[in-house]
Design a protein around this ligand. Structure first.
Ligand code: NOJ
Length: 753
């Protein structure tokens, strides 16, 4: 609810949020004040626009450029205090204490126009309670749980005066060399769209102005995940059809979910930097999607228009950034430094500035920052609630992907004698939480801690073997082998440490770093069942290791509650149900490798006569198939898919049909299964991918139970882009209901004109 205070009057003006307004506007404003103070309703959009008009009418150009500037919060140095009073900053981010943020807001309120700051922060996968990295969250295929996690993060962040998170990151990534694959939702636009919308809803809640809602930021707009060679910040070339079908899709889903802000990316897209790209920022975002919030640049990305070779100098960079529609500049100061000269020199239309500021103020109003929200009572971050920890544990559990389970090695019987817990990630709190997270190490529950709690200290033989994932020393191997020999099963916690993924975390090799492979070789000679639990920010290649161990559980970087979630799965209290949100290559040389690729004129075959044909699309020295396909993941039970059927042989354009299959739990434990719906268009005016995900459902089946799983497929679900046009073409289609993107045999249907 909006609460307004009338702060004094003069004969010709009244003050409205510290803004002097003319007599003509006063009646309206008083009516609005009354409505708000009685708690009747929030301002209508028209009222908000009028409030913005009133502010814009009073703002100097400097104050406007201030709103368009975001700095790093330095914890309130004297200079910053002074600048806040002068309206130099629209936003600050990334530092300070809750008390300092509260003080900064108080100073902003005292500025000439009393415009509040908006405090941003990289709350990427939790604030106090850390959830799995977003790629791991996606492996849960559980958007509702992902929404709940974002809700927890919003509550924790809002409580300490953060009003805006630079999340969700929704860059489609087909290249695991790119370290930022950890921060996104994987390779598929459909799953990514579901997750993007879920996170936006979680952060923003039912109403943006609620005390526990924060603004979300859809980033990095757009194409950043297609960086050539997987090298961070690198060039991207994406044809418009692909851009719209794949890379823009989650951003559009975020828009549909009401996301308040976007962040423009570092990369150049087809030669035009994303942070000055009028096509994506104006035509797509504003004209087509009617987005009315604001866009913030990425860190320094306006100034970086110069090294891109796109702007001549800082002044030209400011001109191009503002003209393209980047409302707020993060860290670099070209808008502030050159905005006035650009306006004076008639190189920048003041109306464009006003519009940019209007969109920033609009979000500040929607957030309720002009009301009580900015004047929060400072509190230091409190400990995670039991509820938050419960959500974190569930999500970490659901994101576990069982990749191998030879002879049902897992789960271990609770009656097992001793287990050896070995490896650099068994008891490493900060590496366990992954990129873009910081927390008190003692709040993180590691696998070692959880297993000791579950089994008792003396049944757990611990030997880290390596100091960290990159350690190349074999000095700890003797102790590890001794532990393995003395145990009934070996749990090896392998992977890559947190700093090896995330921003500027690109890798040219995807193997387990350091001496981890050698460690597996040594330990496996102890003759005990070896279970590898891999924590990583990306798909790693570990073909040789996979052959030497009996079971592999992929845990990503699972966050605060990773240890208990993993221990539960290992001991059979839960059953792994996660599925891969990204294809796992056998070797880095296969990259890019993704499930929704085109067929080619010479598709390779694994069996039949074509398997021997050299002149098909494959490698001489490695398979063309992935180590594990998109959507893959095992369970402690088995699921059988039968009786795939479509409700009709075809549908007309604009129509729909249902696709169903029976899924049965043929094993011995009850468990969740993620059932996936894929289609392929067989012919058309453009070649289309060999499979595209169109739906999924998490179901729960008891042993022996069978369920008919039904999806409704509308002809519009088959649409694809030809430039700006979204088309559905009549023709033949294949459809699968399958446990992963490589399994199952298709049914057929046609779409008729
Ligand atoms: C740069 C990163 O690319 C972006 O994701 C992040 O939000 C900003 N820095 C702010 O930290």
């Amino acid at each position: 609810m909006v609460k307004h205070r009338n702060r004094g009057m003069s004969s010709s003006t009244r003050r409205f949020w510290n803004v002097p307004v003319r007599r003509g506007q006063a009646a309206l404003l008083i009516a609005m004040l009354a409505a708000g103070s009685l708690g009747i309703r929030a301002a209508t959009p028209a009222e908000t626009e009028r409030k913005i008009d009133a502010l814009l009418a009073r703002m100097t150009l400097e104050e406007k450029l201030g709103q368009m500037s975001q700095g790093v919060f330095d914890g309130l140095a004297d200079k910053t205090k002074q600048e806040i009073r002068q309206g130099r900053w629209g936003s600050l981010y990334g530092g300070g204490t809750p008390a300092q943020r509260a003080e900064a807001q108080r100073l902003a309120k005292e500025s000439r126009l009393g415009i509040p700051l908006i405090f941003g922060e990289d709350v990427i996968h939790g604030y106090t309670t850390i959830f799995p990295i977003p790629l791991g969250q996606t492996a849960s295929w559980d958007p509702e749980l992902v929404r709940q996690a974002a809700r927890v993060a919003a509550r924790e962040a809002a409580g300490v005066g953060i009003q805006w998170t630079f999340s969700p990151m929704m860059d489609i990534a087909r290249d695991p060399r790119w370290g930022r694959i950890a921060e996104g939702f994987g390779e598929d636009p459909y799953v990514a769209s579901q997750m993007a919308a879920a996170m936006v809803r979680g952060y923003q809640g039912d109403s943006l102005d609620a005390a526990d809602s924060i603004a979300a930021c859809a980033k990095h707009y757009v194409g950043y995940g297609a960086a050539e060679g997987g090298r961070d910040y690198n060039t991207t070339w994406i044809p418009e059809d692909l851009l719209r079908d794949v890379y823009l899709a989650p951003f559009q889903a975020a828009r549909d979910a009401g996301v308040a802000t976007y962040m423009s990316a570092f990369n150049d897209l087809n030669g035009v930097p994303a942070s000055a790209n009028e096509f994506t920022l104006r035509q797509v975002l504003r004209d087509e999607w009617k987005f009315d919030g604001f866009v913030v640049s990425d860190y320094n990305s306006i100034a970086e228009l110069v090294p891109h070779g796109y702007a001549a100098d800082a002044r030209n960079a400011a001109q191009k950034g503002i003209a393209a529609g980047v409302n707020m500049e993060m860290v670099s100061t070209t808008y502030w430094d050159h905005g006035k000269a650009l306006v004076d020199g008639k190189q920048l239309d003041p109306k464009v500035v006003d519009q940019a500021v209007r969109e920033i103020l609009r979000i500040k109003f929607r957030l309720g920052l002009f009301d009580a929200k900015a004047q929060f009572t400072p509190s230091t971050a409190t400990a995670s609630t039991a509820d938050a920890l419960g959500t974190a544990k569930r999500l970490a559990g659901e994101s576990l992907v069982l990749l191998k389970n030879q002879n049902r090695t897992l789960p271990l019987a609770k009656s097992i004698g001793k287990v050896a817990v070995i490896g650099p990630l068994a008891d490493n709190p900060l590496d366990q939480i992954g990129t873009w997270a910081s927390t008190e190490p003692n709040t993180v529950r590691t696998p070692l801690l959880a297993l000791r709690q579950a089994l008792g200290e003396n049944r757990v033989l611990f030997a880290p073997a390596l100091k960290n994932s990159r350690d190349t020393s074999h000095d700890g191997f003797v102790a590890a082998v001794t532990a393995a020999r003395g145990a009934d099963a070996v749990l090896l916690f392998l992977g890559e440490e947190a700093s090896m993924s995330g921003e500027a975390g690109s890798r040219a090799y995807l193997d387990l770093p350091g001496a981890q492979e050698a460690l597996v070789n040594e330990v496996s000679q102890a003759g005990k069942p070896v279970i590898a639990v891999v924590m990583a920010g990306r798909p790693l290649t570990f073909h040789n290791v996979a052959e030497k161990v009996s079971a592999i559980l992929y845990a990503w970087h699972p966050g605060t509650m990773g240890g208990p979630a993993i221990a539960d799965a290992i001991l059979g209290d839960t059953v792994p149900s996660g599925k891969l949100p990204v294809t796992f290559p056998r070797t880095v040389g296969q990259v890019p490798i993704y499930y929704n690729h085109m067929s080619t004129g010479r598709p390779a075959a694994e069996s039949g006569p074509e398997a021997e044909n050299r002149f098909t699309s494959k490698y001489l020295d490695a398979s063309y198939t992935p180590e594990y396909p998109f959507g893959y993941g095992l369970s402690y039970t088995q699921f059988e898919y039968t009786n795939l059927r479509v409700s009709a042989l075809g549908m007309a354009l604009g129509g729909s049909l249902t696709v169903s299959a029976d899924v049965a739990n043929t094993g011995k434990v009850e468990a969740d299964e993620i059932v996936q719906l894929y289609t392929r268009q067989m012919t058309g005016s453009l070649a289309r991918p060999v499979r595209e995900l169109k739906g999924f459902r998490r179901i729960h089946l008891k042993p022996g139970e069978k369920q008919s799983v039904e999806f409704t497929l509308k002809s519009g679900d088959l649409a694809f882009h030809k430039g700006v046009h979204l088309v559905t073409e009549p023709g033949r289609f294949q459809v699968w209901i399958a446990p992963d993107s490589a399994a199952g045999a298709p049914a057929q249907f046609v779409v008729t004109p």
